[in-house]
Design a protein around this ligand. Sequence first.
Ligand code: PLP
Length: 825
Amino acid sequence: MTYSIEKVTTLIGARRFGERDTQISFILSDSRSLCFPEETLFFALRSGRNDGHRYINELYARGVQNFVVSTLPQDCAQHYPDANFLLVLDTLEALQRLAERHRDEFNIPIVGITGSNGKTMVKEWLNQILSGDFMVTRSPRSYNSQVGVPLSVWLLDRHSQVGIFEAGISKPGEMLALRNIIQPTIAVLTNIGDAHQENFASREAKCMEKLQLFHDAQVVVYNGDDVLVKHCVSEQHDLHAEQLFWSCADAAAPFYINKVEKSGSATLVTYRYAGETNSYRLPFIDEASISNSFACALVALKLGISPDTLAQRMAQLEPIAMRLEVKEGQHGCTLINDSYNSDINALDIALDFMNRRPDHQGRRHTLILSDIFQSGLTPDALYREVGTLCRQRGIEKFIGIGRELCAHALSIEVPEKHFFPTVEDFIASAAFSQLHDEVILLKGARSFNFEQITDLLVKRVHETTLEVNLNAVVKNLNYYRSFLHADTKLVCMIKADAYGAGSVEIAKTLQEHRVDYLAVAVADEGVTLRRNGITSNIMIMNPEMTAFKTMFDYDLEPEVYSFRLLDALVKAAEKEGITGYPVHIKLDTGMHRLGFNPSEDISELISRLKRQNAIIPRSVFSHFVGSDSDEFDRFSAEQYRLFLKGSDQLQAAFDHKILRHIDNSAGIEHFPERQMDMCRLGLGLYGINPRSNKTLNNVSTLQTTILQLHRVPQGESIGYSRKTFLTRDSIIGAIPIGYADGLDRRLSNRKGYCLVNGKRADYVGNICMDVAMIDVTDIACHEGDRVEVFGDHLPVTALSDIMGTIPYEVLTGISNRVKRVYFQD
Ligand SMILES: *Cc1c(COP(=O)(O)O)cnc(C)c1O
C-alpha cells in the first residue's frame, strides 16, 4: 500500500516544506536499513543518545527524499532541493500516529499479545496454526517496542486477513501508545513474570499497565489460574470484552483443561471449550510451551479453527528458533545461518543483518535460499519480491533450492545464480565445491534440512566452542548506558580479544550501536579491527614504542602515560609530518601502574605538549583501583580528587575541550556522579556485574561434548598421578577440553564441576592438556551429549570463585583454538 506525501502530511498533522509529489511505501527509522530510497519516508527519531537528524545528509545522498523531522535543517531548500521535510513536534509520536491511521484502514481480526514471557512464541505458533486458513501479517522477530510496533503494524497490506502483533513494555505509561496503534480485537496476556520489575512499584502495577492492552478489545485471553492476573482483570471496571480465560482448576472456565499428560517428548492436552471436549497433542513438554499452547488454542478456536484442525496443526508446531548465527566456514567463507521462520520479512531482516556487518576483505555476498511456504502471495509475486530484495540488498550470487524457485529462476536477477531441486543436488554440484571467500546467508524452510549444508561448510576444528550472544552484549551495553546522561560518551574495552569473546564481532556489534570509542591493549589488535572494517575511534591502551607508525597508518589513538613515551611519540609523528594527532593522557591517581603523577608532572607535561604540534590531548583519564567494593570508597574519593586537580590543570592550559574519564564498569554503577565526559565499560559488557559478582545478561557459554563414557569400578584412580580415587562404581565421561583450552587445573579432583543435561558433574582426576574427565554416575547421558563448562546455567563467577580468582582471568584465559560462534536472537 502506498500513501501520497500529501496524505501523510495530513495524517500526522505536519507542516510540509518541499514541493515534490511522491508516494510512500516504506518507513524507516534506522538509516542503516535503507533499501528503497525513492519510496521511503525517514523518521528522524531522537532517543537518549542518538538523533536521527544526524543522518539526513547521508540519506539524502543515498536517494531518500522524504523526512519527518522535529527540527528543520538549516537552509533546507537550498541544501536539499528535491526533498520534502514534514515538520512535527515529536517524531516518534508522528510515527505512531501514522501507524495508527494505517491500522484504521483494516477491518480484520487483530491479535495483540503482551506478557512478560512467551509473546514471541505465542505469536509465531499462532501464525503456524492460522496461516493454513488466513493470510497472516505479524511482527517480525520481536519488534514489540515503541518503535517496533508501528513498524510492524505498517506491514499490514490489502492481502492481510489477520494481524498478530506483540506489545512489549518496560516502564509505566508505554502501553497506551501501543494499544492505540495495535487496536487489538483479541488481546492476549501470556503471563506476568519478573522482567522489568525494577521500573514498577509492584507486580500488580505492572500487570495493570499490561492490561491496558485489553481496553476496547472484543475478546480478552488470559490465565484464569493466576490470582494476580484474575484480580487485576476484575479491577478493570470498564472492560466489556468477552473474557476467554483458561484454567486447569475452574471447570466453568471458557477453556477448561481437564488433563495434561506428558509422555516422552509430547504432551496430550484434553480441554473443554464451548461445551465440547477435545484434545491435542503438543510436540513439547516444558511448562512454558504448554501454557503458551493454551493461549494459542483459545485464539485459534475463537477465530473459527475447528478442534480437529487445531489438533492437527498443534501436532506440527515447530520450535521457535530465533537465532542468527555467524560461523567461520571453510575456504575463507563466513556463514550466517538464520534458522528463524522462512518468510519474506525474515529474509529481509537477515539480508539487512548481513549488509550491516562490514567486511573489508570485500567478499561476495551469497544467498542460499529454499522455497518459501505459506506466504499468502502467489509464487509469481513472491519470487519477484525475493528478486527485488536480492537486487536491493546487493546479493551477488544466488543459490535457490526447491522446485518453486527452479520454476521462477527468471525472477531472480543477480550476477550469478544457480538452482537445484533439492539440497542433495546442490551438495553434489560444482557450485557447492566452488564456494570460497564469500559471506553466505543460509535461509531454508525447516523441511529442506539446511543443516546438511552448514555441517559440511563449517570448519570443524574442535568440538569445544565458545558461544557468544550478541544480543546480551547489547542489553548489557544498554544497562550501563541507563546510568549515563545523554551526552556522556562511552569507551568499550575490547582488549584481550574482548575479554575472550572475540574482538572483531564484538566490535562490529558495538560499532552498530554507535559506541564512541573502542579500546584495545596493543596496536596489532587495533589493526585487526581496522582490517575487518571497523571505522570507530580506537584507543590503544599499551602502545608499543615500535608500533607508532602502525598506529598512524591505521588511525589508532595511543594512550600516553610517561615522558619517555610522549617524547618518542612526538618524534615519530614529526618524522611522518603529522600534526594534531589525538592521544589520551593517563594520570596515576593510586593504582601505581602507569600514568603521570597528577601532583608533580602536570606542569612539565603541559610545557612539553605546548612545545610541539604533532600530537594533541584528546582526553585525560585515570583508573579506580577499587570501585567494585564499598570498602575502598574513601580511597576512590581521594583518587577522584587527585584526578580533578590534575585534569583541571591540564584543561586550563588548552583552548580545546579535553574529555575527562575515570569510571569503569563498577564505577558507572557505583559512582554515576563521577561519569564526567566519558566512561570506560569493560567486564559489565560481557555480562558480569563486577560489584555484585552476578550475571547481568550472560554473553559467553563455553561448551563441549562427551567424547566417551567408561564404567570404572570402585577403588580405581582417574587420570595422571592418581589424584582422584573412586569411592563407588562410577561412570566417567571424557570431554575434549583441557588446560590448553583455558580449563584451569585448579578445578581438578572434584574442586570444580560442569553441567551435563543440567546436572552437576565433578571434574575427576587432574585436568589434562586437551581432555578432562567428569563423573556422570548419577546423570542420564550419552556420548555426544552437550556439556556446559560455564554459561547460561553455570555462571563463570562460580568457576572463578572456586579457583580463587576473578572472572576476568577465566574469560580471557580461553585459548584461541576454541572456536567462537556468534549468535543473535
Ligand atoms: C580494562 C580497563 C577498564 C575496564 O574495566 P572493567 O572493570 O572491566 O570495567 C577501564 N579502564 C582501563 C584503563 C582498563 O584498563
